[in-house]
Design a protein around this ligand. Structure first.
Ligand SMILES: Nc1ncnc2c1ncn2[C@@H]1O[C@H](COP(=O)(O)OP(=O)(O)OP(=O)(O)O)[C@@H](O)[C@H]1O
Length: 405
């Protein structure tokens, strides 16, 4: 933490706003939360280490916000417990937990000035006036809003409002900062800027942060550890490198940008090397788990295919759609047997072009059909972000529907 870049313009402010930091571990043990007959969290076990930045990642409805609200004390548990070191905290009301929260919609008081919004948490805790003034000044300096202290939130931009929300959360010196999709209302440029600011603040203040997002890129960029959730259950926990490079199943792979999830017949197998083959396509890959069926699922990132580089590992496609993305094109092609394949191309491409796509064997992850993910089409469409599910599920089912049914 000490080597971290200082928060913007904050040199001297940081030490007093610094979080109480001091806890060893926060444990969620078999935490369940039901809404009527629906289970939003199913015996969730999660350990958060003091000082770390943990991202809860998953598609809409997977239980991320429920987990965060249970931590915050905004939702009572249906089962299980939460302990901060030796202290059981799930029975404490939110204000007794000493956590700061930042919400997607900022949740600022519209009739209070920026200064009063930031001071609010200190006022309800009965902080003496002089200390309150000093700490609010420091928190505002930290997020570079000192000049806007007297304004109402309605007169600020989205990014400034979000910074007020962050100042309000950190001014109480929280043991833990909980953030629920804090950047999703910002435009793309501001989102990137604020993302960096959040990471800087986390480092320079020595915070412990739990951050909810459905955005894989945001989770990988920010977090020390990423928790991939599905239907209220943990699918995988690991460092960004681990979940990105070694997704445990097709669900996590789909979420990590392995947009091509192709269920294919197994032609041969030798140790962990597997050859998958059908007309117009031959993919050698590396098995990530035991394979026992006659088919398996190859997971390949679009940017791992190299167009025009045929060889022993080749997929031949006919281009259907080519989108301009600056330096390269995002292309969708179809194989002889009707599989949809996504790849990137530095060259211009047009519908109807025939292309051979090469890919190194170690970039082809092979999973069992209908393995831990509970079926490739589910994993793919849940995991893919907006607009991709059609392509992915088309790729999975095209020509291999027997395996799915
Ligand atoms: N108050 C509620 N009443 C009934 N069901 C709820 C309630 N809150 C959440 N749920 C259900 O619990 C599940 C998990 O919801 P949750 O909000 O935690 O998901 P999420 O991953 O945060 O999704 P999103 O990204 O859309 O906010 C969903 O199926 C949701 O419909």
């Amino acid at each position: 933490m000490t080597g971290a870049a200082p928060a913007a313009g904050t040199g001297e402010a940081a030490p007093t706003v610094r979080g109480r930091g001091a806890f060893g571990t926060l444990r969620m043990e078999a935490v369940s939360r039901r809404f009527g007959s629906a289970t939003a969290l199913d015996r969730l076990d999660l350990t958060i280490e003091g000082g770390e930045f943990l991202a809860l990642l998953g598609p809409s409805g997977c239980g991320k916000s429920t987990a965060l609200n249970c931590l915050a004390g905004l939702l009572p548990l249906s089962g299980g417990s939460i302990r901060l070191d030796d202290e059981r905290i799930d029975t404490l009301p939110p204000e007794k937990r000493g956590f700061g929260m930042v919400f997607q919609n900022y949740a600022l008081f519209p009739h209070l000035t920026v200064r009063k919004n930031v001071a609010f948490g200190l006022a309800v805790r009965g902080t003496p006036k002089a200390e309150m003034a000093r700490r609010v000044d420091e928190a505002l300096a930290l997020v570079e809003l000192s000049d806007h202290a007297h304004k109402l939130p309605g007169r600020l931009s989205g990014g400034q409002q979000q910074r007020v929300a962050i100042a309000r959360a950190v001014v109480i010196r929280p043991r833990l900062v909980l953030m629920d999709e804090p950047l999703s209302n910002l435009d793309a440029k501001l989102r990137l800027q604020m993302r960096t600011e959040i990471r800087k603040l986390h480092q320079s203040l020595g915070l412990t942060t739990v951050y909810v997002t459905h955005d894989q890129e945001e989770a990988l960029a920010l977090a020390d550890r990423v928790v991939v959730l599905r239907h209220g259950v943990v699918e995988q926990i690991g460092t960004p490198e681990q979940v990105y490079t070694f997704p445990r199943n097709t669900y996590v792979a789909g979420f990590m940008g392995y947009r091509n999830l192709l269920e294919l017949p197994v032609a041969s197998r030798e140790g962990r090397r597997v050859v998958l083959e059908e007309p117009g396509l031959r993919l050698t890959g590396v098995a990530q788990e035991d394979l026992d069926g006659t088919s398996a699922v190859a997971a390949v990132r679009p940017d791992d295919f190299t167009p025009g580089r045929g060889g022993p590992n080749t997929v031949r496609v006919s281009v259907e759609v080519a989108e301009f993305h600056g330096r390269e094109m995002a292309v969708e092609g179809v194989t002889e047997s009707g599989r949809v394949v996504h790849f990137r191309s530095p060259e211009r491409m047009a519908p109807g072009d025939k292309v051979d796509l090469g890919v190194p064997a170690d970039r082809v992850l092979v999973f069992a059909t209908g393995g831990a993910s509970g079926g490739t089409s589910g994993g793919a469409s849940d995991g893919a972000t907006g607009g991709t599910s059609g392509g992915v599920s088309g790729g999975v089912s095209g020509g291999a529907s027997g395996g799915e049914g």
